[in-house]
Design a protein around this ligand. Structure first.
Ligand SMILES: [Fe+2]
Ligand SMILES: [Fe+2]
Length: 282
């Protein structure tokens, strides 16, 4: 975290004009608090929208914006891994770009970003990809081979770094492994990133929960709420390979599931993934 802390110190001076010791101290003027087994950072970065940042695992920050929708609210979450080569997993929809950028900048100067990553090609996953590439001159899109081949090589203003199934990239202290999961939950190009240091699975649209006021992290059941959301909307692809793909993720034994919509979850990730596989098969 040394580079992150140096960057945060610099950024803090720019924003608050005070010499703060590290990224967590920088949060104090913004109303941050510290809890948990590590020095966990959480703060509101935009009072009007309610956009917030919460450190869900060491060096992994969840950026979350609640939105009002017919029939209840919804949450758009992005995950920011702060390291020597900082990585943002999902950009958020294009209209949320100013809020997500503001949240990233509260942690680290945006120009430090190295990877803008995505699970699959939809607006909330990569709608503001080109805005991010413009804001971060050293950054490249990071995605699976299929996404690079079919969409990102054309859509993005900078060539992507395409990852093979199972390929690992070191970010410094953290490392991420790309897992192809075609059509799970949807899109041929779909895949996820497993952060190996913290055993955090950046699981995209899996376990999507409706609602806009859910806690950042929970150890309570999220399968029931996510199934209640999935069943009427039917946004999974019905791939016949679901069992094998779920098992491919379960054997990684994640202890944190970083969900794109709703709360992140801590616990026995293999057990919860297999329970999802059972629900999808029934
Ligand atoms: Fe999606
Ligand atoms: Fe999504």
């Amino acid at each position: 975290m040394a580079i992150a802390r140096q960057a945060a110190r610099k950024s803090n001076r720019q924003v608050c004009g005070a010499g703060c010791d590290d990224v967590r101290e920088r949060a104090a003027p913004l109303g941050a608090s510290r809890t948990g087994s590590f020095e966990q950072l959480k703060m509101i970065t935009n009072k009007q929208s309610g956009t917030s940042v919460h450190e869900i695992a060491e060096g992994i920050f969840r950026i979350s914006t609640p939105v009002a929708m017919d029939g209840g609210g919804f949450m758009f979450n992005q995950f920011f891994i702060v390291d020597e080569e900082p990585l943002l997993f999902h950009t958020g929809p294009r209209k949320l770009f100013p809020l997500v950028r503001e949240a990233v900048a509260a942690i680290l100067p945006v120009g430090k970003l190295r990877y803008i990553s995505l699970s699959h090609v939809e607006a909330d996953e990569c709608g503001s990809l080109n805005e991010w590439l413009a804001a971060a001159p050293q950054a490249v899109p990071l995605c699976g081979f299929v996404a690079a081949l079919v969409s990102i090589s054309d859509l993005a203003d900078r060539a992507p770094r395409a990852m093979a199934d199972g390929e690992r990239i070191s970010l410094g202290k953290h490392s991420v492994r790309w897992l192809d999961t075609p059509h799970l939950p949807h899109a041929w190009e779909c895949g996820f990133l497993m952060e190996e240091k913290t055993k955090t699975l950046l699981c995209g649209d899996l376990f999507t929960q409706g609602g806009s006021d859910l806690p950042p992290v929970t150890e309570s059941d999220i399968l029931g709420p996510s199934e209640a959301f999935r069943r009427p909307m039917d946004y999974f692809s019905h791939t016949k390979n679901v069992g094998a793909l779920i098992e491919k993720l379960a054997v990684l034994n994640p202890t944190t599931l970083a969900c794109m919509h709703g709360s992140s979850w801590r616990g026995d990730g293999a057990r919860l993934l297999r329970a999802l596989g059972d629900a999808l098969a029934s």
